[in-house]
Design a protein around this ligand. Structure first.
Ligand code: ADP
Ligand code: MG
Length: 567
């Protein structure tokens, strides 16, 4: 090695390393999954780049991952024949955390181990997980297509700095040597590693190989000294999981694959695996995660599916295949109907993609409908992603009925903050003669629940949806009806309870209104310009007065949002 240089990790990496080593201790075998996952990604990338530059294969087109153990030296080595990294790439990829928002995210971490262990699952911890089991990690790599002098050696003990040096490296791709910690010796064992490869990496379509030493036997069946031959044995299934028939796949297979595509630690809530043949030909495997990524609400947060064209990896986060309000869905789409040279720009204009998007949207909504049969799982989904799904009716007019069926609300039926009531359940509970679905929007659940506007409804036993999420008013302005019943904001306009009110009640109200004309005039004069109108109302049963917005007026929530935007 020439000219060794010592560099410091980005602060966030230091934090992450520290946290990881302490919080993932009981789960440390995942390091192998992460490193194999990266090696397989590197092979995918080479295959993709080589589509229009064959030379990158350098006469060795066999993409593979190899794992070797040296029990005496207490090391594990992973090698891949993938794309490799240049010097700049090594520094960027193994010295910083590139993902946006990570710095803020890390600041939220508390240092309480329990909580952090969960939070950390929201990243793909990736490469740095090598330090959970290693005292020192050495990476030797060369980018495909570069001369052998362009090899790079990166070395670190995971304590704040790493060294980097130029080396001669005749083979392309990356080799990672883990010097195992004293208490991680268990991993320097072929048998253990093989079972981990099968457990975590069966579904990866690149072969993961391990050496098998065989020696010739003499006539008595004893090994002949010096006759050892090493052959490489493929340990994993090595076929892309989504290509295999459903009947071959267990729940555990699907879950393991999810962790690979979604960079998530925890299990998905559900998935849907489909092969479509006909005018469009594609296979999709879509998942609903069990937890939100930290960047769910960030503009440039990761979204979309992994795109393959005829088994060749094309890109991560292909966001053209699902609408924004389904950005939490993870998975894979593999199609024959796109060219291998497709780019993000081309995807945007391709009518085939538009058709797939619409089919995958339906597929996702159906998957959620099915999930909704399991109350507990659906509640987890709703608590995690409900407010994202609420963007749906505005973005996807065509599917708004389906989306409406998936929404869950807090209502006066339970008076609990938990959003667990469907519109279908509301409709079932409607009073005789009730034709509308009533709702109220406020800044907080308590403000909604205690609003004087609800007095008459509570008295008459009519259920009202209690809305207090930021997005709720926006949602309601795009939901016009459900099951033929229109939505009414109880705080706006004339309150018409329709047939729920008897003729006599109506008459009595009109008489009261007449009798109080004088009072109304005095109040109006006193308030002057501040208001439009003063009316007698039957909305209230206990409170003396309340503020009401005209029918077509923007609500309080929207006003505030517009004001904040400087409108
Ligand atoms: P992620 O895989 O989610 O991007 P990682 O921490 O696992 O995050 O890896 C960081 C980056 O390092 C990868 O995105 C990739 O660019 C690079 N990298 C890691 N391992 C390899 C490898 N074996 N070959 C080439 N590049 C790699
Ligand atoms: Mg990774």
């Amino acid at each position: 090695a020439t000219q060794e240089e010592t560099l410091g990790f980005q602060t966030e990496v230091k934090q992450l390393l520290h946290l990881m080593i302490h919080s993932l201790y009981s789960n440390r075998e995942i390091f192998l999954r992460e490193l194999i996952s990266n090696a397989a990604d590197a092979c995918d990338k080479l295959r993709y780049e080589a589509l229009d530059n064959d030379a990158l294969y350098e006469d060795d087109s066999e993409l593979r991952v190899e794992i070797e153990v040296d029990a005496d030296a207490n090391t594990v080595t992973l090698r891949d024949s993938g794309i490799g990294m240049s010097r700049d790439e090594v520094i960027k990829n193994l010295g910083t955390i590139a993902r946006s928002g990570t710095a803020e995210f890390l600041q939220q971490l508390s240092g309480e181990q329990q909580k952090d262990a969960k939070l950390i699952g929201q990243f793909g911890v990736g490469f740095y997980s090598a330090f959970i089991v290693s005292d020192e990690v050495t990476v030797r790599t060369r980018r495909a297509g570069e001369p052998s002098e362009a090899g790079i050696e990166w070395r670190s003990k995971g304590e704040g700095e790493f060294t980097i040096a130029e080396i001669d490296r005749p083979v392309r791709g990356t080799e990672i040597v883990l010097q195992l910690k004293e208490d991680a010796k268990e991993f320097a064992d072929d048998f253990r590693l093989k079972s981990l490869v099968r457990k975590y990496s069966d579904h990866i379509d690149v072969p993961v190989r391990m050496p098998k030493v065989e020696s010739a036997k003499d006539d008595d069946g004893n090994p002949i000294e010096g006759s050892d031959v090493t052959t490489w044995e493929t340990v994993n299934e090595a076929t892309a999981l989504w290509v295999r028939p459903k009947s071959d796949l267990s729940d555990d297979d699907y879950k393991a694959f999810y962790k690979h595509v979604a960079h998530d630690f925890s299990d998905p809530l559900t998935w849907s695996h489909n092969k479509v043949e006909g005018k469009l030909e594609y296979t999709s495997l879509l998942y609903v995660p069990g937890r939100a990524p930290f960047d769910l609400y960030e503009r440039d947060g990761a979204r979309g599916v992994k795109l393959y064209v005829q088994r060749v990896f094309i890109m991560d986060d292909a966001e053209q295949f699902l609408p924004l309000y389904l950005r939490f869905i993870k998975g894979v789409v593999d199609t024959k109907d796109l060219s291998l040279n497709v780019s993000r720009e081309l995807l945007q204009q391709d009518p085939q993609v538009e058709k797939m998007k619409s089919a995958l949207t339906k597929r996702s909504l159906d998957m959620l409908k099915k999930l909704a049969k399991d109350d507990e799982a659906y509640q987890t989904f709703w608590n995690t992603f409900g407010s994202v799904l609420k963007e749906g009716p505005a973005e996807d007019y065509a599917n708004r009925d389906k989306i409406a069926g998936l929404l869950r609300f807090a209502t006066t039926h339970t008076d609990s903050t938990t959003q667990d009531q469907s519109l279908a359940a509301y409709v079932e509970r409607m009073q005789e003669g009730q034709q509308k679905i009533y709702y109220i929007v406020a800044d907080s659940f308590n403000a909604a629940k205690n609003s004087p506007h609800l007095e008459i409804f509570r008295k008459k036993g009519i259920e009202v949806l209690l809305l207090s999420d930021r997005i709720d008013e926006w949602l309601m302005s795009h939901l016009t009806e459900f099951d033929g019943k229109s939505f009414v904001d109880v705080a706006k306009g004339e309150l018409d309870l329709g047939e729920i009110e008897g003729e006599e009640e109506k008459k009595a109200q009109e008489e009261t209104a007449k009798a109080k004309e004088d009072l109304l005039k005095r109040v109006k004069d006193a308030l002057g310009e501040e208001i439009q109108e003063v009316k007698v109302t039957h909305r209230l049963t206990d409170s003396p007065a309340c503020v009401v917005l005209p029918e077509n007026e923007m609500g309080f929530q929207m006003r505030r949002i517009m004001e904040a935007a400087g409108q």
